[in-house]
Design a protein around this ligand. Structure first.
Ligand code: ATP
Ligand code: MN
Length: 464
């Protein structure tokens, strides 16, 4: 008999029918010759209750029904007398597909996040991680659907690169060279001509530069793929391997860009509220009691649009009023997470799109304002997260871009192809990068970015 997924079994009302389900035992309890199993197959946060009478099964089978064991259950779908569930299954036959002894690392409820990270290969079997992973999947679907419906082309940019992109972060090298026997020139510098690509290569820190090539041909593109940064930032918001979404649009100005950033994020949050109700309710109960309120709040608010200079003024006023920050915030300083969160959580109490940053703290490709001092960046700052999106209008003038590259004494050897976008048929364009895991942090209410990706990569940890 064909297996019914538990999500479908729980919706069925054809009581009296025969049904087969398979899944893992979340818990088992028993009294007076009757046992109750909570069975979960990952299709929903909800378990189906299996009821059986000891006398109908051999003792050995009943003993093997332990937390974590995998079962096939054939039985009758019946209306449940218990509160909180419409149906349950009266078991006729139980086959233990996979036994699970008491060395199973998820025996106890209420294990800490830290502990669960040490068993990341198993933690996805917990209710919380199941919920997070289903939401993560839904957010990926939301993102692809949004861009597809808005006429964007999913553009695949390379993961291996010979340019250091935008200096966005330290890079992981990619090589097939024997690291124990490196070929060096007479000054001791490594020679790469015999390496796989014939030159030094790394894993990409951003697909943006290639994305701009796509946008200046296809009009509007987006990338959605893994990104690697070897920054040794052991924070709850940084991973060494994370997923980034980078749309890039020809003919967009700063206002178009901010409109897209806001509309796009709201679409994703709305998708979660519409499609992940059970999982969100679970997380709202177990992880963060203000989650649903915060998600609904974002949909209601118009994001504040604020220049960096205005932001600095607000922060300095806060300092004058006695607010203490750990890091300085004078005009020209890169804002720390505490500053971003002060503006979003305490001052405005809603998301902020901050624009027009000092050029010294932003990347070379951003469009310079008339004042010669600020650039048209448009970062989105969120409650509980800080920066969730980094965006900007790009400098489309070849001469201005070259002047900035020279001012920064950048190595142009690997930028020729990028500069060609400005050489031939240059166009105004803009784009942004959204860190996928930061979006998942926001939507799940989780606190640590290591807990919203199945197998996190962080300094000192490439396990599983
Ligand atoms: P931050 O200042 O938070 O390190 P950034 O300015 O380096 O971010 P960008 O280079 O603008 O970030 O990257 C675009 C987006 O990618 C960020 O807004 C953020 O959502 C995400 N992001 C950046 N670095 C990481 C990381 N190490 N792990 C996870 N997400 C990241
Ligand atoms: Mn960074």
């Amino acid at each position: 008999m064909k297996r019914t997924k538990i999500i479908d079994a729980l919706k069925r009302t054809d009581f009296g029918s025969k049904i087969t389900v398979m899944g893992w035992v979340r818990s088992k309890r028993g009294s007076k010759g009757i046992f109750f199993i909570a069975l979960n197959d990952g299709s929903t946060i909800k378990n189906v209750q299996i009821v059986g009478e000891d006398q109908n099964f051999d003792e050995q089978t009943v003993k093997l029904i332990t937390t974590g064991a995998c079962l096939k259950v054939i039985g009758t779908l019946v209306e449940s007398p218990a509160a909180g569930q419409a149906s349950e299954i009266q078991a006729k036959e139980i086959e233990v597909l996979g036994v699970c002894d008491n060395t199973y690392p998820l025996q106890k409820k209420g294990a800490s996040w830290e502990y669960l990270r040490t068993v990341a290969h198993m933690r996805v079997r917990t209710n919380t991680f199941g919920a997070i992973m289903r939401i993560r999947h839904n957010m990926a679907m939301a993102i692809h659907t949004y861009f597809h419906e808005h006429g964007f082309v999913y553009f695949h940019t390379p993961l291996i690169t010979a340019s250091d992109c935008e200096g966005a972060g330290n890079m992981f090298q990619v090589t097939t060279k024997n690291l124990y026997d490196l070929k060096k020139d007479k000054d001791g510098k490594i020679i790469y001509d015999d390496d796989f690509f014939g030159e030094q290569t790394s894993l990409t820190v951003s697909g943006q530069l290639e994305g701009e090539l796509g946008a200046t041909a296809l009009g509007q593109i987006y990338t959605f793929g893994p990104t690697f940064r070897a920054e040794n930032s052991n924070t709850p918001r940084h991973l060494a391997e994370f997923w980034m979404i980078e749309p890039e649009m020809a003919f967009y100005d700063k206002d178009d860009l901010m409109d897209l950033e806001e509309d796009f994020i709201k679409y994703c949050v709305r998708w979660a509220l519409d499609n992940c109700q059970d999982d969100l309710e679970f997380l709202n109960k177990m992880v963060d009691k203000t989650l649903l309120e915060r998600l609904n709040g974002v949909l209601k608010e118009n994001f504040v649009r604020l220049t960096y200079t205005e932001g600095i003024n607000i922060l300095q006023e806060a300092i004058r009023q006695g607010h203490k920050f750990e890091f300085p915030c004078n005009w020209g300083d890169d804002l720390a997470s505490e500053h971003e969160r002060y503006l979003v959580e305490e001052h405005f109490k809603k998301p902020v799109i901050m624009t027009d940053y000092p050029k010294e703290i932003k990347s070379f490709y951003m469009k310079l304002n008339e004042d010669g001092k600020t650039m048209q960046g448009t970062d989105v700052l969120f409650p509980a997260i800080g920066e969730i999106i980094g965006g900007s209008v790009r400098e489309e003038s070849y001469d201005k871009l070259m002047a900035e590259i020279e001012r920064r004494q950048m190595d142009t050897r690997h930028l020729g192809w990028y500069l060609d976008t400005r050489r031939w048929g240059s166009c105004p364009h803009a784009g942004f990068g959204l860190g996928f895991e930061r979006l998942i942090l926001f939507v799940t209410g989780m606190q640590n970015i290591r807990d919203v990706i199945p197998f996190p990569r962080t300094p000192g940890n490439a396990n599983f």
